[in-house]
Design a protein around this ligand. Sequence first.
Ligand code: NAD
Length: 457
Amino acid sequence: MQNYQEVIHKQRQYFSQEHTKSIDFRLDALEKLRHLIRSNEEELMKALKTDLNKSNFDAYITEIGILLEEVRFTIKHLKKWAKPRSVKSSLAQIGSRSFIYPEPYGVALIIAPWNYPLQLALAPVIGAIAAGNCVILKPSELTPKTSELISKLISHTFPEDYITVIQGGVDTSQALLNEKFDYIFFTGSVPVGKVIMEAAAKHLTPVTLELGGKSPCIVHKDANLKLAAKRIAWGKFLNAGQTCVAPDYLFVHNEIKTEFLEHLTSAIREMYGEAVLESGSRFTRIISERHFDRLTPFLTNGRIVSGGQYNRSALMIEPTVLESITWNDEVMKDEIFGPILPVLGYDDLQTMIEEVNQRPKPLALYLFSESVEIQQRILGSISFGGGCINDTVYHLSSPYLPFGGVGESGIGAYHGKGSFDVFSHEKSILKQTTRFDLPFRYPNTKDGLKKIKKFIK
Ligand code: NAD
């Protein structure tokens, strides 16, 4: 196992020289990152095409565009976020003033997955820079072209002592985790999330864990079915279903199930055409043979309503919808993470809610219903990271909505100010007056306790 102490030590020294604490320095680094993305847009698209067969459209809207928006928003608001905030002091602290000082942790480790290999590597870097940290980034080994390009561009733009990319797989990740960091930001699967948290616990390093799981999508009988089908087909089959917040499975009210499935089949055909498996297709491919071989057995579960064909040599699976599914089917055991959408039916809302609640808290949940009452009921009775009403996946693109999981789907949330907050420690400071000194707190004050009790009701 390689030893990463030296690079971490160099970053610690760099951090201790306080370069990264200046707001101008941070803004300059964010501008550089923005320039890096903008001026290499084509090369980045090419790498994403090679690694995942991502179309330029998908590469832009789900990776490059999201990063540019995130960096723009951060640059615009950073001065305000980084300022110490004045807060109230309590009655017992008369004469004093209270402040919260956001401060950087120091050296942050960011570990990224392969499904949005650019966006999920660099979005946390934006937060880390904004908050004034040094960064070691470990991108995914499963997208070698994109990870190589990120490494090259970062090394040309920033000194290694400030931001560096370390490429490699599980061994590299584990060697890094043996070292002490000041913060660890991990995006990936639930099982690996547990490995990360265990390693972090040894040094009591704080973590953000952006994990996954099975995110339900509920279609109630009063939904606008045609629009629901279109928005679900988009959110599920974007990136061939390899999206942490993709609807993992559908729960559709039995009264409208047949009609809804017809709309869904048409929406898939309209969006992706019939030639998904043919060469030159703009559909994203499955990341590896291992993932492909994990997914194809699911196609024998239930009954195929739409799709179902695949091509192993091209690592392509058609957008597929499966009906007559139960919780006992293999496809319902773990997060699917592929273009396969199983459909469960329900008659009674309460029973459906209970079934969802028997499983780990999802990263996302989507509800299609026109009824405010139903919307409130679902929001009030199911705990999940975040989601949409009458849409899928879209909540992720707002810098005003912190994005993260709850329970097994993750710890912490980022995007927009959330990213700055994740990488900042909030230092609480009470500035005491020296003009007077309230005597009650001292043990030798006459009737001190009585007077204190007047303040504390
Ligand atoms: P993964 O957990 O296999 O790998 C993620 C990263 O961890 C990679 O860089 C990998 O090298 C490293 N890693 C893998 N095994 C490790 C180990 N044993 N010890 C230390 N490091 C290890 O995840 P993945 O397959 O790259 O991504 C898919 C998963 O990520 C899905 O579960 C998905 O839901 C989740 N995900 C979550 C989000 C989110 O924002 N919440 C976003 C994308 C993906």
